[in-house]
Ligand binder design. Structure first.
Ligand code: PLP
Length: 423
């Protein structure tokens, strides 16, 4: 009997023992091609020497120093490396241990910003129904996934959820992509007006939606309009790039491709590439300065903030991602993956949509291609596909659930950036 509390209680999982490039090898020697990076984490595969070396060197010199006593060279270097490539206006990095922590920090930073600018009534958050922002209580409240939220509803702060930008299901046949972008983005303005702009603190969204719907990119113009609305009403724009950031879509930050910059952005997953649990919240100088000149203290923290070993791993990852050729490789391999998926699965009667950006691709399955009706969720089709994949030595990330009662099963593919053509 195991003493380990598995999330799926009693799960009979293979025992992973070794990493080899894009493969995980179990204790019986069976090889699994990691075509989803776990959950879009392992962007450099499972045996990437420069990151391992960076970790070993940091471990040999200093494993830990609490941030209330010290800064470290490792943390300063990580922040510097990241800021060099951050969206316009973003100038400060707050390092954390994962995605949910980064989102919690973003929410609290937004709140503190408005307190310190003399607008303490601004506390309301608007998010989208198609979203996942993490599993801690604040991040869970922001997210729109009903199944994840449901048992904890009495504990969650009130959040408004507006429509996602979900072209496959929502764009009308007589509507241009541009008109659709404006219509759906304008829901944000309607909701801000309904709540009273003076009460609204932030809008949070994933530039390319990950864990709820399988790599759904926005239509061109959507985020430009969102940015405009936030600016008009003095609402902070928080972009959650925990899954789609760190090169996953072919640019270091996904929002670069939408031509906008956020006020606050969260990252994790690919930042540590699975070698360390690490995330970060980044913000503009204006937000940082407001707090620096005001109370001078961000009222939020954790024991493992800016953990030196995590920082060393993250710096090695960032340097690898921005090295010449890496992000263009993600774009090229991503285009190739899309082409292959369309070639092999495009005509399948139960494949409704194949989409994404870079090495971040989603397959949406439908019972009927013409009506786009999803399968009965009770069939748990996505879980069956995951199990069949594991039998065959192929990892793919399954997603079920419904968005607005419409969408069903998805598969997310997010392979390591080092993946070879044959793999
Ligand atoms: N935000 C997004 C967009 C995510 O996809 C996730 C995790 O899947 C999180 C936040 C939470 O990150 P973590 O699981 O590291 O807490």
């Amino acid at each position: 009997m195991t003493a380990l509390f598995h999330r799926r209680c009693g799960a009979d999982l293979p025992i992973a023992s070794t990493g080899d490039g894009c493969f995980i090898i179990d204790k019986n020697g069976k090889r699994y091609l990691d075509s989803c990076g776990g959950a879009a984490v392992s962007c450099l595969g499972h045996s990437f020497e420069p990151v391992k070396t960076a970790i070993q060197e940091q471990l040999a010199s200093l494993p830990f120093a609490h941030t209330s006593f010290f800064t470290t060279g490792a943390a300063e270097a990580m922040a510097q490396a990241l800021i060099k490539h951050a969206p316009a206006g973003i100038s400060r990095v707050y390092p954390l241990s994962g995605g949910s922590e980064a989102v919690e920090a973003a929410i609290k930073l937004a709140r503190q910003f408005f307190i310190e600018t003399g607008q303490p009534q601004r506390h309301k958050i608007i998010a989208r129904r198609q979203s996942y922002h993490g599993n801690t209580i604040g991040a869970l409240a922001a997210g729109g996934n009903q199944w994840r939220r449901e048992p904890f509803t009495p504990l969650l702060m009130e959040t408004s959820h507006i429509a996602p930008c979900y072209e496959y299901r929502d764009r009308k046949s007589d509507e241009s992509a541009w008109d659709y972008a404006q219509r759906v983005a304008n829901e944000l303005e309607t909701e801000i007006q309904r709540l009273g702009a003076e009460n609204v603190m932030a809008f949070i969204a994933e530039p390319v939606v990950g864990a709820t719907a399988g790599a759904v990119p926005p239509v061109p113009g959507y985020f430009k309009r969102i940015r405009e609305i936030c600016d008009t009403h003095g609402v902070l724009l928080i972009l959650d790039e925990v899954m789609c950031g760190m090169g996953r879509t072919g640019t270091l930050f996904a929002s670069e491709q939408d031509g906008i910059a956020p006020d606050i952005v969260t990252i994790a997953k690919g930042l540590g590439a699975g070698y360390q649990p690490v995330g970060a919240m980044l913000c503009t100088e204006k937000i940082y300065e407001t707090i620096a000149i005001g109370s001078g203290f961000f009222q939020h923290g954790h024991t493992y903030l800016a953990h030196p070993i995590a920082m060393a791993a993250a710096t090695a990852v960032i340097e690898t991602l921005v090295a010449p050729g890496m992000l263009s490789r993600v774009r090229e391999r991503g285009d190739m993956l899309q082409t292959l998926l369309e070639e092999y699965l495009g005509d399948h009667p139960h494949v409704g949509d194949i989409r994404g950006r870079g090495l971040f691709r989603g397959i949406e399955m439908v019972e009927s291609k013409s009506t786009k009706a999803p399968f009965d969720p009770a069939k748990r089709l996505h879980q069956k596909i995951k199990a069949a994949g594991m039998d065959a030595g192929l990892m793919c990330y399954p997603m079920g659930g419904t968005i607005d009662g419409k969408s069903g099963d998805h598969i997310l593919l997010a392979p390591p950036f080092i993946i070879e053509e044959a793999e």
